[in-house]
Design a protein around this ligand. Structure first.
Ligand code: SAM
Length: 306
């Protein structure tokens, strides 16, 4: 039974918010098997298998077809989202940025699969049990990082910069930051504080990629919760109860894109619909999860911060 969120709550990859990282990796595994021409994450399936949530392992391995359990659009979104962040990091690396920070890294395998230029340092930050598990699981798989990988175990609602600095992070060098699939799992004030802190730790020329969504119109969030509950119900009937509607923070919050613009970031954004169209994938239908409202944003901190 999933409990509602509380300050200071913790998790591993098979509980609470940690299951969202395992579910995201399961979607990447299904996407990779279906068509790896746009995006491929060969570590997704073995990592999900290592976590050991039976339903997610069976979905990731292909033993259980996605059917009604994973809507096909979620698999297409995993492809375009995966490619968006891969391209973001490779563009930054090709522009000479040699320090990358993957916030809320979950089961992200970019430090093991992207062709990082020599000398790149990739930091991964997530809850202690999450980063420890992934480090061990990838070592057990015999995987070798393709960059110098350093991990920081911290809670992003706490003093996470201390953990990053302890791992060797250098705020005087430009950084490429990602916060993928994270913001809705932070309370509104923690989101603002995270974006403020990223900006403070960013030397001029640093880059950032994340997601931004407008505040809900009246009634929209109730529909989102109903949709999440419907998905959770189907998963529960198949043996796993993710309690998805209890994991996010709902309600008003600052919208990431204008908030970051106010901090001096020059960002551009593309909707999920834009990314699907660019990849020649079918468009979104009206969806209760408001996937169509998500904008994937990326850009650079002005040379002279505001
Ligand atoms: N970025 C990964 C991806 O796209 O596959 C994981 C996304 S998953 C939906 C959300 C991630 O955010 C989880 O790995 C979770 O542990 C992390 N997370 C959420 N709140 C956090 C917090 N307060 N401190 C550290 N990590 C957090």
């Amino acid at each position: 039974m999933t409990s509602t969120r509380q300050d200071g709550d913790t998790w591993d990859l098979a509980s609470s918010v940690g299951t969202t990282a395992t579910a995201a990796a399961a979607a990447r595994a299904i996407a990779t098997r279906e068509d790896s021409s746009l995006f491929a994450d060969p570590f997704a399936e073995p990592l999900v298998r290592a976590v050991g949530v039976d339903l997610l392992t069976r979905l990731a391995s292909g033993e259980l077809p996605p059917g009604d359990l994973v809507e096909h659009v979620a698999i297409d979104v995993a492809k375009v989202r995966g490619k968006f962040y891969d391209d973001f990091f490779l563009d930054a690396a090709n522009a000479g940025i040699t320090q990358a920070v993957i916030l809320a890294s979950g089961l992200d395998s970019r430090a093991y699969r992207l062709p990082w230029p020599a000398g790149t340092v990739v930091y991964e930050l997530d809850q202690p049990q999450v980063v420890e598990f992934k480090t061990r699981a990838l070592a057990d798989l015999g995987a070798e990082p393709t960059a110098e990988r350093r991990v920081a175990a911290a809670d992003l609602r706490d003093d996470w910069p201390a953990a990053l600095r302890d791992a060797g992070f250098d705020p005087t060098r430009p950084t490429a930051w990602s916060a993928e699939g994270l913001l809705g799992y932070l309370p509104p004030e923690a989101q603002d504080s995270l974006l403020d802190t990223i900006t403070e730790l960013s030397a001029p020329g640093s880059r950032l990629a994340t997601e931004s969504r407008p505040n809900p119109k009246p009634g929209e969030e109730d529909r989102t919760k109903e949709s999440l509950n419907r998905v959770s119900e189907r998963w529960r009937e198949s043996g796993f109860d993710p309690g998805m509607a209890k994991l996010r923070y709902f309600g008003e919050r600052n919208e990431a894109a204008p908030y970051l613009a106010g901090l001096g970031w020059a960002l551009t954004g593309r909707t999920v619909g834009d990314l699907l169209a660019a990849a020649n994938l079918p468009p979104l239908r009206e969806d209760g999860l408001r996937l169509g409202n998500v904008r994937y944003i990326s850009g650079t901190l002005n040379e002279t911060p505001n």
